[in-house]
Unconditional design. Structure first.
Length: 277
């Protein structure tokens, strides 16, 4: 008697991956932001360039000391602005995609195909990570010119491994957080709450525009509890070769955060929380 080793139609084996579905959803998430590149890529790059030029003019080419190393403020700030662009755009891509699909009623197009919770999580996360990476490259080139125009050296590469690890880890964390934000939100006002009261405060209080060593207690200690501080500090270390926090603690912090967020996203998709009628 022969045993049927092939799965029945619609049935999936344990551990099997729907590579075609995963690729299709990932491609859809990437094309979605590329089609409106003026809004998703050009706008954040120009915003960060304005930040750099305004602060550089206001401070008049001042230098800042990081780990005993003098660094031009324009270069110090440009590195932080690149990371800020990564964080905000990775979050925006995943959160807006899910929320818009829910509002328009076509979220069923994502839930009906044979995609597992893991595949949904990976596809949306890669979409957010990709947008963060594209904006990062565009911001790097533009802000390098801005730093040069402000009298500082263009952005360099002191430690490529740190740039890649902290850049990708931070983008992944914000993309996963964006997935949760999009699932939780029922209208754009809800998503604005997450952005205005969580993402932006953590970003602006992470040392993007200043050195956290200048903060008095207890704010200096509190800043080291902010995961975005470690993301920016580690990325900046890769650019200028100096850091303010513990690089190993930051790397482990981001790794643990990604694992937790990925698990929560998987649970939310598996249960259909706030997505199924």
């Amino acid at each position: 008697m022969k045993t049927d080793v092939h799965p029945r139609p619609g049935e999936r084996r344990f551990g099997a991956v729907n590579w075609l579905g995963l690729w299709t959803l990932t491609e859809k998430e990437t094309r979605r932001f590329l089609k409106v590149s003026a809004q998703t890529i050009v706008a954040p790059v120009l915003t960060n360039l304005m930040f750099l030029l305004v602060f550089s003019v206001a401070l008049g080419g001042r230098e800042i000391t990081v780990e005993g190393k003098p660094v031009a403020f324009a270069e110090f700030m440009a590195a932080g602005l690149v990371m800020m662009a990564i964080l905000q755009n990775a979050f925006a891509n995943a959160s807006s995609s899910i929320l818009i699909a829910k509002i328009q009623g076509n979220i069923v197009d994502v839930l009906m195909p044979p995609l597992s919770p893991s595949e949904l999580t990976v596809a949306f996360a890669i979409g957010g990570l990709t947008r963060g990476a594209v904006v990062a490259v565009a911001s790097w080139a533009t802000l390098s010119l801005g730093a040069w125009a402000a009298g500082a050296a263009p952005l360099g590469v002191a430690h490529l491994s740190a740039i890649l690890y902290y850049g990708l880890s931070a983008a992944l964390a914000m993309a996963l957080l964006g997935i949760l934000g999009g699932i939780w939100a029922e209208k754009f006002d809800h998503l604005a709450l997450v952005t205005n009261f969580l993402i932006i405060p953590l970003t602006f209080l992470s040392g993007t525009f200043y050195s956290v060593s200048l903060l008095p207690e207890p704010w200096h200690t509190v800043s080291h509890l902010n995961p975005i501080f470690y993301a920016i500090d580690g990325f900046r270390y890769g650019v200028i070769g100096a850091h303010e926090g513990n690089l190993l603690a930051g790397a482990l912090f981001l790794c643990a955060l990604n694992l937790v967020l990925a698990l929560v996203c998987w649970i939310a998709f598996r249960r259909g929380w706030r997505m199924k009628a």
